[in-house]
Design a binder for this molecule. Structure first.
Ligand SMILES: [Zn+2]
Ligand SMILES: [Zn+2]
Length: 261
């Protein structure tokens, strides 16, 4: 019952084989996804335990699930992350637990390890309909209705009821998605078409940059109506060259992905 994680892993493995520019990133991400799947399964497989939704109560379980991920990153990660992982393996459990709680209350896309381990935790909360506690974040339609997380990406998919497909935002914390209006900035809510721009290259035919000139932020959009085999979380990362274009044009990403792009 890990079909979500398996789907991401298979796609990352496949793209890592095919891709030239993002090969190393995708290999690393495939390893990371495997570690996240192990964390997720360690939660599911715990006997007589369900998450409370209150990370203060659950933090020892979450923290104790991390060593596999830290070891993988220490072995396969880019140098700076590998060093950090090694240092964390030698850190007191209390310090790591504090990092996790800080992230939970005030998420930052720069906190790689906390984000990596809390994604499977928050996903498990979402799947068990356990209300997260201490995540009373911004609120409103531009953050996740379940956990208050920021959007990691947007995707379009066909729905029988909608002629041209519906747009959804995928949460960077719990990885669930919610429907969102099509021509609106996911960061500031700008709706004027003249302020919203798109950038796209033939190399990534089903992926585009959706940029806003009012707040100067952007998000990537994955179009599943053009290419149904895409897996948004992985394809977003695969299209790393588009981030370069966005940065060169002065746009800031709403939420960096796990690879830090
Ligand atoms: Zn969420
Ligand atoms: Zn905006």
């Amino acid at each position: 019952m890990s079909s979500f994680w398996d789907k991401q892993i298979e796609r990352a493995d496949l793209l890592a084989e095919q891709s030239s520019g993002s090969k190393e990133l995708l290999h690393f991400y495939a390893q990371l996804l495997r570690a996240q799947k192990e964390i997720y399964e360690s939660f599911r497989g715990r006997t007589h335990w369900l998450p409370s939704g209150d990370l203060e109560q659950d933090v020892s379980v979450v923290q104790s699930s991390m060593s596999g991920l830290l070891q993988r990153v220490a072995r396969n990660g880019p140098e700076s992350l590998a060093e950090e992982a090694q240092a964390l393996l030698n850190t007191e459990a209390d310090a790591m637990a504090q990092d996790l709680l800080n992230y939970w209350r005030s998420p930052s896309d720069m906190q790689f390890f906390a984000k990596s381990v809390l994604q499977p935790y928050a996903r498990w909360l979402a799947e068990t309909s356990t209300t997260p506690v201490g995540r009373e974040l911004a609120g409103g339609e531009r953050t996740c209705p379940f956990c208050g997380g920021k959007p990691q990406l947007a995707f379009l998919q066909s729905r029988e009821s909608a002629e041209s497909g519906t747009r959804e935002l995928l949460c960077a914390t719990c990885l669930s998605s919610w429907e969102f209006r099509r021509v609106v900035c996911a960061n500031c809510g700008e709706e004027r078409p003249a302020k919203l721009g798109y950038f796209h290259t033939p190399e990534f035919d089903h992926i585009r940059i959706e940029a806003c000139d009012s707040c100067k932020h952007y998000i990537k959009g994955i179009d599943l109506t053009r290419f149904g085999l895409a897996v948004p979380l992985v394809d977003e990362l695969y299209a790393a060259p588009l981030d370069l274009w966005a940065h060169e044009h002065g746009y800031t990403k709403i939420e960096l992905n796990l690879i830090g792009l």
